[in-house]
Design a protein around this ligand. Structure first.
Ligand code: GLA
Length: 381
């Protein structure tokens, strides 16, 4: 695919690309919605990725070709960068805008950019973060800018928050930027530090797409975030990261019912993420299994971001793996994927069990991916 993207670049722009970048999607093993509460997350970058080919063009125009849509976007490097009516184009415009707004870097000349990706969209596997990080790395490489992978992630988040309009946390961009081959990473979303964590050798990472059509994702996401902020304010702390479960229960009187449910889930999920990291380090799969199960129940009953079909998928996988692996919904929620850590020898049994019952119970058809943890963003050429 990377080969043909540089060929498409040449066809579109009649020039050779200077650089080719690969930025992966991610799957989160545990720690959902904790990132914007300054907490902990445990994701890994995955095989699916977005490729970005880039070259300076000597003009004062940015020209972009989205190979997957066979569409183009074009805008001037002078004046304000405004929104496009094409959603995909706004991620790229947004990153170029973020470089100027956040870092004071305005393009000194135009660039040509071609993008293509295979991260499933709307699946909760961060196709948009992969695009943002890919474009950020492409600009950093092209103009030899003195910024690191963490800043590239922050620029992607800035674009998403302020240009695209989703108030996401830092997990997706930071994982795409700083993922480690063969490992999960425990990210401290306040300090922006990442520790590599080995996934037990006996387990495969299975991602199963529920194919639930996601609706209202943006607005529900932003509402959850506001509820968490209300809870943090109630406790007089910067973020829910700063509250323990004991403090939460002792001080929750006066907090409204929804903010209590949401906040209590976050406080617990944060601790579960640290506990799951320890369990992985000890190779204690039964403990990991329990923590992932509790995480799913919390998302279902307290944070209320799952969907009945997604719950069914989690139950079906659980029926096969029991305590020998873990399973939960992954990503922002309201549909999308589940993630399961499955003993290698059970992968086919999980596939067969889900194939037999998921469609029958929900009318939907699953899609299964078995992934390996991959390196974060890289310059291929
Ligand atoms: C989306 C956001 C992330 C994170 C997850 C939930 O993927 O982009 O920042 O909040 O949802 O864990």
């Amino acid at each position: 695919m990377s080969q043909s993207l540089t060929e498409l670049f040449t066809q579109q722009f009649n020039a050779q690309a200077d650089h080719l970048i690969r930025a992966p999607g991610r799957v989160n093993l545990i720690g959902e919605h904790t990132d914007y509460n300054d907490g902990f997350v445990l994701p890994c970058a995955i095989d699916f990725a977005t490729h970005v080919a880039i070259g300076k063009n000597g003009s004062d125009t940015v020209r972009v070709f989205a190979a997957d849509y066979d569409e183009r976007d074009e805008f001037s490097i002078h004046g304000d960068i405004v929104h496009s009516d094409k959603q995909w184009a706004n991620y790229i415009r947004g990153v170029i805008w973020a470089f100027a707004e956040r870092n004071g870097f305005r393009l000194p000349e135009g660039v040509d950019i071609a993008v293509s990706g295979n991260v499933p969209q709307g699946a909760g596997l961060s196709s948009s973060a992969a695009l943002e990080v890919g474009v950020g790395k492409a600009l950093q490489t092209t103009f030899s800018l003195p910024i690191d992978e963490t800043e590239i992630a922050l620029l992607g988040q800035f674009a998403e928050n302020r240009f695209v309009g989703c108030n996401c946390g830092i997990m997706d961009q930071l994982t795409s930027a700083r993922g480690e081959e063969g490992h999960a990473i425990l990210i401290d979303c306040r300090e922006l530090t990442a520790q590599t964590v080995s996934i037990p050798d006996s387990l495969s990472i299975m991602i199963i797409h529920s194919h639930v059509k996601r609706g209202l994702v943006g607005s529900e996401y932003n509402t959850r975030r506001e509820q968490c902020e209300t809870a943090a304010k109630h406790f007089g702390v910067k973020a829910l990261r700063d509250v323990t479960l004991a403090q939460f229960d002792a001080g929750k009187a006066g907090l409204d019912v929804l903010a209590t449910k949401r906040g209590r889930y976050i406080v617990q999920e944060n601790q579960r993420t640290l506990d799951a990291t320890d369990a992985m380090k000890r190779n204690d799969i039964a403990a990991l299994s329990k923590l992932m199960a509790e995480s799913h129940i919390g998302m279902r009953d307290e944070f209320e971001i799952t969907h009945p079909a997604v719950d069914t998928l989690v139950e079906l996988v659980g029926e096969v793996i029991g305590e020998r692996g873990g399973v939960r919904m992954t990503g922002g929620g309201f549909g999308g994927c589940i993630v399961a850590l499955v003993p290698h020898e059970e992968v086919d049994n999980v596939k067969a069990h889900v194939a037999k019952h998921y469609h029958a119970r929900t009318g939907l058809t699953e899609e299964v991916f078995v992934c390996k943890p991959r390196q974060g963003v890289s310059v291929i050429k």
